[in-house]
Design a protein around this ligand. Structure first.
Ligand code: NAG
Ligand code: NAG
Ligand code: NAG
Ligand code: NAG
Length: 428
């Protein structure tokens, strides 16, 4: 009898917990597109059963679902097995896993950042809320200032500029917040040449957009949305590359425990602050603790602490000629990069990309080899055999393609080629 009762209790408990799980995160299949409402806002993770990064994301996803629910957010959280709900995955153009995206008013927004709970939750709030957030009082303005390192604000009434601002927001909302305010809400000390205006507040100062000087508004915002100095992960680095600026990085060890790491970080920070006007237009500044991405770029182990300038639009990089101990050395390094004394290494020529592919494969497969040599041999042997046949056929067909690095690139890729999007190898 009591056993029975236990069973009933257990069943009820199980039922409740299943219901509460599915209440936070809904499993979506191909019927989703038909039954969703036009006004629904969804945060969706596409996964594949065999993908380990997807599995790692599961508990985070559940936390996000429960947090958004308890905050009363309008954002609904779902997940979808892209190998079974293929129609849905196709509709959302999912090409790798896990893919994280939002659907709002039938517009899709891809999540571009590291797969952390905070990063994704912030993204959900940002994209789920109003595209442009009005700051209607001085208090609201101050509050927003205290919460955001970088704040982009439209000042003035409706105008053509506001239209352009809205268009920029639609695209860049995946990266940053967009605000609007009237002139009297801004601090008195802020002087604007004319209204309407677009202003970026950051680093204790502000910059005003000028169409003549700065060109396209969206490109300008995309350049200005980074603070003068910050911690940079591979995702940020990747999106910095889109602006065409170079990035000076202090590469430091994980917890900044040793004094030398602290010192190189401070050195870059000081140069960023004190020589802002000289270098701001050409450089971003920051420090990086997860150096996997950089070692992939350089195709060698990264020594920490050290300094590097990265040109993400060509996958090129610059290293200082001598040791860097002082601010003066660091400035020499930057000047050398600017005036061409220091030559760019790496790059995205065919040869470089092939080498990098081999390097990446080696890094990925070395642990496999040491743990399971036979499997390793099979994993390497089979694709290598295929590739060899493929190469043979290609080379026969087009014998002169790969003779000169740069011409090869021009032939194959007239537009800028980006290194593949960072994966979450070890960052989560
Ligand atoms: C808005 O954008 C268009 C096209 O990019 C540009 O021609 C126009 O000058 C912009 N208007 C303002 C006020 O910035
Ligand atoms: C950026 O530069 C400003 C002005 O030089 C400085 O006051 C501020 O502390 C810097 N911010 C960071 C995050 O380094
Ligand atoms: C960075 O790469 C781009 C694309 O190859 C190139 O046009 C630009 O000159 C490079 N910048 C520097 C400073 O080398
Ligand atoms: C380039 O800059 C470095 C560092 O400031 C300097 O030593 C060098 O003379 C400069 N070269 C040219 C050609 O201006």
């Amino acid at each position: 009898m009591s056993d029975r009762r236990h069973m009933v209790l257990l069943t009820v408990l199980l039922f409740v917990s299943v219901v509460s799980v599915s209440a936070f995160v809904e499993e979506l299949d191909d019927s989703f597109l038909k039954r969703k409402e036009a006004d629904d806002i969804w945060l969706i993770k596409f996964y594949a059963p065999w993908c380990t990064f997807c599995k790692k994301l599961d508990p985070i996803w559940h936390q996000i679902g429960s947090e958004l629910r308890s905050l009363g957010s309008p954002v609904q959280v779902g997940k979808s097995d892209a190998t079974t709900a293929t129609g849905l995955a196709k509709e959302f153009k999912v090409i790798n896993y896990p893919a994280i995206l939002m659907l709002k008013k039938n517009v899709k927004y891809n999540y571009p950042g590291a797969r952390t709970k905070d990063g994704i939750t912030d993204f959900a709030h940002r994209v789920g809320g109003p595209l442009i957030r009005p700051l209607s009082s001085q208090q609201l303005f101050q509050h927003a200032m205290s919460r955001h390192d970088v704040m982009i604000v439209y000042v003035g009434a409706t105008s053509e500029l506001k239209g352009n601002y809205t268009l920029a927001a639609e695209e860049l909302i995946i990266h940053t917040y967009f605000f609007s305010a009237t002139r009297d809400v801004l601090p008195k000390a802020v002087s604007l040449p004319s209204l309407p205006a677009v202003v970026v507040f950051k680093d204790g100062t502000y910059f005003t957009y000028s169409e003549e000087r700065d060109g396209d508004l969206k490109l300008w915002i995309n350049k200005e949305r980074f603070p003068n100095f910050s911690q940079i992960d591979s995702y940020t680095l990747y999106s910095m590359g889109e602006s065409g600026k170079l990035v000076l990085l202090a590469l430091v060890e994980e917890n900044l425990l040793c004094d030398e790491s602290q010192r190189s970080k401070s050195l870059v920070e000081a140069v960023a602050a004190e020589h802002r006007e000289t270098y701001r237009r050409n450089f971003y500044f920051g420090f990086m603790v997860d150096t996997n991405y950089i070692s992939g770029l350089m195709m060698s182990e990264v020594i920490v602490p050290s300094y590097i300038v990265v040109n993400l639009s060509s996958d090129g990089y610059f290293l200082p000629l001598g040791t860097v101990d002082t601010k003066h050395h660091l400035l020499d390094f930057l000047d050398g990069v600017m005036n061409g004394t220091i030559k760019s290494q790496g790059g995205n020529s065919i040869t470089q990309r092939t080498r990098r592919l081999i390097y990446d494969a080696k890094v990925t497969l070395t642990p496999v080899f040491s743990q399971a040599p036979l499997l390793g041999c099979f994993l390497v042997g089979f694709p290598v055999a295929l590739a060899a046949v493929f190469c043979y056929l290609c080379c026969k067909a087009r014998p002169t393609l790969i003779d000169d690095d740069d011409d090869g690139v021009a032939l194959l890729a007239p537009s800028l080629q980006h290194r593949k999007k960072p994966t979450n190898k070890k960052s989560d």
